[in-house]
Write a protein that binds this ligand. Sequence first.
Ligand SMILES: N[C@@H](CCC(=O)N[C@@H](CS)C(=O)NCC(=O)O)C(=O)O
Length: 338
Amino acid sequence: MDQSREIILYHYSFSPYARRITWYLNLRRIPFKQCMQPATMPRPDISSLGTAYRRIPLLSIGRDIYLDTRLILSKLETLFPPSSAHPALTSPSPSPDQATLTKLLEHWAIDAGMFNRAAALIPSDMPLLKDPKFTKDREDYTGRSWSKENIERARPEALVEIHAAFEFFEGTVLADGREWVLGGREGPMLADIEAAWLFSWLKGLKGALPPAYISSQQFPKTFAWIERFDAVVLAAMKKNGPAQKISGAEAVQAVGNGEWAEEEASVDGDNPSGLRKGEMVEVWPIDSGFSRKDRGRLVGLSTREVVVEGRTEEGGEVRIHAPRHGFRVRSVKEVEKL
Ligand SMILES: N[C@@H](CCC(=O)N[C@@H](CS)C(=O)NCC(=O)O)C(=O)O
């Protein structure tokens, strides 16, 4: 690994979103280090990087910090083009159908509410959900009650949606007996990751899926695909060995002393908000975790990402990258007028 552009993943082991990234990095044999985080706030390792963002995971490459798995995956696709060292997970010339399905599966899993439905199936008697520290933290995060009654009330509707998701895979995506989402026999692609993270999480979460309603009996193709996928990922992880764990202090040092992962972006002069390079802005997610905002000078703005300047606790300059989709960017002047 290029020491000056080290990849560091900040996550906790049971985060299904983080698995999207650990799987991707392992399948493409891209080396990374991991800085393990507590399941609840505060997360001083992350705030010391100079961002207020609370969601997991977060990825730093050198001095660049990337928020949200959708942006992280698309950056990794660009920064690590396929090579013999880093095999591709997307075809070099995907058919329009393949590219469309991959993108739509991302929206389906994240924007269409599948993750929220899956999360509603976490069994209410799981030790974590009996821990008041955890439930209080998630109540602050989501703004809704995490009482046992509330969790149980949401379950039937969530089960129907998740059943429909299994039906969609069984009867449509995998209906012709294909091994992988895009067909072919070489192995899983990004399109598989875009959907498997939810299915694999639910399958492994004891008590989430009632066997009489959702199991390999009703959905043999879908369960076989999840098992195939999990086996390939596990084999890749075994082969690569565990990613080295580093402390928050080591991580902030590596970031502060690192190189930029990419050149400074520019601000699209025609952006409809009329934002200008160098002006102070606030950036925050609008789908969840919206109470924590990053404030900094605007460095880059396109239809795909917003980049702001930040500083680590030790004073090192960093750039914080967030996707435009699912995030809001506002001039501080505007925010202060409100
Ligand atoms: N759209 C975000 C969602 C990330 C997300 O919701 N992550 C969950 C963990 S799996 C989270 O941050 N939960 C609250 C927390 O851990 O503080 C992404 O794609 O990265």
